[in-house]
Design a binder for this molecule. Structure first.
Ligand code: DGJ
Length: 554
């Protein structure tokens, strides 16, 4: 390009930027720039301000945002936790105290406080339901049962739950939610303090039961909507197995009444209620996303499935009805488990079926929780791990853990969960586990040489591949030994070439000391170690630490 054309092009660019600067504040942020979930090669990431983001999070108690001043009083504790994301409720009753009159001062305060603290927010929309009931609905909703009908039990009893079958209910909730999302877009699209929204909280009715109001009875008698029967037909092969076998056990019908297709039974009720909860929440989400399209998810109480009889709320987004939720609420970015009970990794696996991104909005934040956080992120690709009642964990071990995790997050975001990033947790019930990673089998033991660490409940390790034969390992209460999966004709044994203790500073490894001798001596039973391809040397973690190890073979 000659000089003249360059000058014209520069002038045009200048004019364009001027125009952009003038119009930008009035335009919604372009879709790809807003916080969103991106999936690449089966790995999902939250993307915030254009960069992958690991939500190292915690959820406050329910009434934390009952006033700006109360929320303010929590920050000294939240600060100690070193988290980067706070999940905090915003209630319908506070933002729409009178119908059509909105007051977003609590949202403004939360955003202002979070920005000052340098953390992101995931808001929890306590709209029509929170833990099944409708206690957070504004008084003008609660007091008008004609216009905002409740769910009824079999005997006509009114239950304090807005009925999912009422168009008036969903319209009112969606209106309020869309007003809030519009407001958030106006105040926050540029800065992106609010990165996700959970819509409603742990919805559902008593286990295995359905709504018996007139509206619900009518829906129950009507044919199963085409949308769902078409979905069943189209996705038959990849339906959730338990759901598919339930449907097939009743003849795999693709038309008919709810009782005919899914049975007049607890499971039939669950599918029926799930469809309508999902429709309702899908409509609320759609209204919000129309204003500001950031990741939105619905969470589930998954109950105590470790007991003989499951007790979770009927209609919530649990794995059995994942297909129903994906069909009826495709607007949702994820359905999410609140994991308090049962097989933690089993729940993670269940909630990563069908491409569902794993967001854990509620769980525990003690030592066991720390091990589980590593499993969630490194084995199951969690985007967010968030203990509930997080302010109560201030001063606990999670504070240092979250500080360490923040330094490792950039490395974790570059690695593939279950492949180049792995985690393991051991305890006195299962003190020895092995995992495979790249060329290696890694033997993980609780404590060191059969001695379990006094006073420790669990041991855990996060293993990040550094090179073909090198790893960064973050661990506590655990020792590791490496061997080759294929030892070859030479029957190669794996030893430690070099080992360092250190940390990451601004993304760069900083060794604090060289380790050798007792610090890498894990097993003096050389003969049996040799049979496994182990040298007897390995990594040892008593207290929490981060080590770099480079392996060799002889
Ligand atoms: C699960 C709910 O979703 C939370 O809001 C809170 O009530 C906790 N249970 C209490 O353990």
């Amino acid at each position: 390009m000659n000089g003249y054309f360059l000058q014209v092009a520069a002038r045009r660019r200048h004019l364009f930027s001027l125009l952009l600067a003038l119009t930008l504040p009035f335009l919604p942020a372009p879709a790809q720039n807003q916080p969103h979930i991106e999936k690449k090669g089966g790995v999902a990431h939250l993307v915030v301000q254009g960069k992958p983001y690991l939500a190292i999070a915690g959820e406050t108690g329910n009434s934390a945002s009952g006033s700006a001043a109360y929320m303010e009083s929590l920050w000294p504790r939240l600060r100690q936790l070193n988290l980067n994301t706070v999940l905090v409720p915003v209630s319908w009753e506070m933002v729409e105290p009178q119908e059509g009159t909105f007051d977003f001062s609590i949202v403004d305060a939360l955003v202002r406080q979070a920005r000052r603290e340098g953390v992101k927010l995931s808001l929890l929309w306590f709209g029509s339901w929170k833990n099944m009931v409708s206690s957070y609905a504004p008084s003008w909703v609660k007091l008008n049962r004609e216009r905002f009908p409740l769910l009824q039990d079999k005997n006509g009893g009114q239950i304090q739950m807005l009925s999912v079958f009422s168009e008036g209910n969903v319209a009112a909730d969606a209106r309020a939610f869309s007003a809030m999302m519009r407001h958030i877009r106006e105040i926050d699209a540029a800065e992106q303090t609010v990165i996700m929204v959970q819509v409603e909280n742990e919805v559902g009715y008593s286990f295995g039961e359905r709504d018996w109001s007139d509206l619900a009875r009518r829906a129950w008698k009507a044919p199963v909507p085409r949308e769902l029967t078409d979905y069943l037909r189209k996705h038959r092969r990849d339906l959730i197995p338990e759901f598919r076998s339930h449907w097939e056990s009743l003849g795999a019908r693709t038309s008919g009444s709810w009782a005919g297709v899914f049975g007049d039974s607890p499971a039939g009720n669950e599918i029926f209620m799930s469809y309508y909860y999902a429709k309702y929440i899908g409509a609320v989400v759609a209204a919000g996303k129309k204003e500001y399209d950031i990741p939105m998810f619905a969470n589930a109480s998954i109950g105590r499935q470790d007991r003989k009889i499951a007790t979770y709320p009927c209609g919530g987004p649990i794995p059995f009805v994942m297909d129903v939720w994906q069909c009826a609420a495709p607007q949702l970015d994820a359905i999410s488990p609140d994991i308090y009970y049962g097989d933690f990794e089993g729940h993670c696996r269940a909630y990563t079926q069908k491409g569902n991104p794993l967001i854990i909005p509620e769980t525990r934040g003690d030592e066991v929780g720390i091990g589980r956080a590593l499993l969630a992120y490194a084995e199951h690709g969690a985007l967010c791990f968030s203990p509930f009642g997080i302010e109560g964990y201030a001063g606990g071990p999670i504070c240092d853990f979250y500080r360490d995790l923040s330094t490792l997050a950039p490395l974790m975001l570059e690695r593939e969960p279950g492949m180049t990033m792995r985690a393991i947790m051991v305890d006195s019930d299962t003190p020895v586990k092995t995992l495979e990673m790249g060329k290696y089998r890694i033997l993980c033991e609780f404590g060191h040489r059969g001695n379990q660490p006094a006073g420790e409940q669990v041991g855990y390790a996060l293993i990040l591949q550094a090179g073909e034969d090198s790893f960064y390992v973050y661990g506590k209460g655990v020792s590791l030994q490496f061997s080759l999966l294929e030892r070859g004709k030479k029957n190669l044994v794996t030893g430690i070439l070099e080992c360092e203790e250190g940390c990451f500073e601004n993304g760069a490894w900083k060794a604090s000391r060289r380790l050798n001798g007792d610090q890498i001596m894990n097993d003096y039973s050389f003969d049996s170690a040799f049979l496994d391809g182990r040298s007897g040397n390995g990594l040892r973690f008593g207290r929490t630490g981060l080590q770099y190890v480079k392996l060799y073979h002889y």
